[in-house]
Design a protein around this ligand. Structure first.
Ligand SMILES: [Zn+2]
Length: 267
């Protein structure tokens, strides 16, 4: 069975030795590996995975160019990338056009790291442009240890964005909202333009609850993902393997959904 990890991270070699331990200390999170691209590729191979999507995040307006250039340089042999914009930057819309022309697969927004609320009208031009360019947006959704007291993208608010921008393909990371499954159930389940990823589900819920949410949202709208280096393929698979999916459902979850949406065409 093919395995594609829809949510991973890495840093440029020069930044990784400092960036990863610093983030880990702030978030009080364990991590696996050294945060570099080479290490990510090695871990994928060890886990028997066929490829991954790397999600990059611009945490300052001035980082957009370098982050997206790094993303473009990472794409090869089963490795694809989402770029990022700092959504309140004055040239964010222009950068979306560059993301498209670089051949990146979508846009990652992390409202906690980037300090904006997802329903702020100031960022609506980013949603409009991403929809027009057919660039899906993956949002970090729900709780994040980086901003434990303020959730910038709760499932309820993201559902309003999904309704307001029906042409926008939204991926609500962490099963629609980390540690907010009640709100996911109430507002996001079944929304036609909203996909979920399973990144770091081991941090949020047990297999029974995860299986229930995947089935009710639609297994054709959920991507297998880990949030590596914050979790591993082995750990996240161990949780999903407890769910009584059919072989066909497993194929959708682990690979076919990503292939259908992003045209991975791995050989
Ligand atoms: Zn992540």
């Amino acid at each position: 069975m093919r395995i594609f990890d829809m949510h991973t991270h890495c840093f440029p070699d020069a930044l990784a030795p400092k960036a990863l331990p610093t983030l880990a200390a702030i978030c009080k999170s364990p991590y696996y590996g050294d945060g570099t691209f080479d290490d990510l590729c090695r871990k994928l191979q060890e886990a028997g995975a066929d490829g991954a999507m790397i999600l990059h995040i611009a945490t300052k307006p001035t980082q957009m160019t370098s982050v997206n250039n790094f993303a473009a340089a990472c794409q090869r042999n089963g490795i694809f990338c989402f770029g990022s914009v700092f959504p309140t930057a004055e040239n964010a819309v222009e950068e979306l056009h560059r993301i498209k022309s670089l051949g990146l697969k979508g846009v990652k927004l992390h409202p906690d790291y980037q300090g904006f609320f997802v329903d702020d009208p100031a960022v609506f031009p980013v949603y409009e442009t991403a929809a027009a360019l057919e660039l899906p947006i993956v949002f970090h959704t729900g709780f994040d240890p980086y901003s434990p007291d303020v959730v910038h993208c709760p499932p309820r608010t993201l559902a309003e964005v999904a309704d307001r921008f029906p042409q926008l393909t939204i991926i609500a990371a962490h099963m629609g909202g980390m540690r907010m499954d009640q709100e996911v159930e109430k507002y996001l389940l079944g929304k036609s333009n909203v996909y979920f990823d399973t990144a770091y589900t081991t941090y949020s819920m047990d297999a029974a609850r995860c299986g229930e949410l995947i089935r009710r949202h639609g297994v054709e709208k959920v991507f297998f993902a880990t949030d590596f280096p914050w979790s591993t393929i082995e750990a996240e698979r161990a949780l999903l393997e407890q769910i009584d999916f059919t072989d066909e459902e497993r194929a959708l979850l682990y690979y076919e959904n990503a292939n259908r949406i992003f045209g991975l065409s791995l050989t």
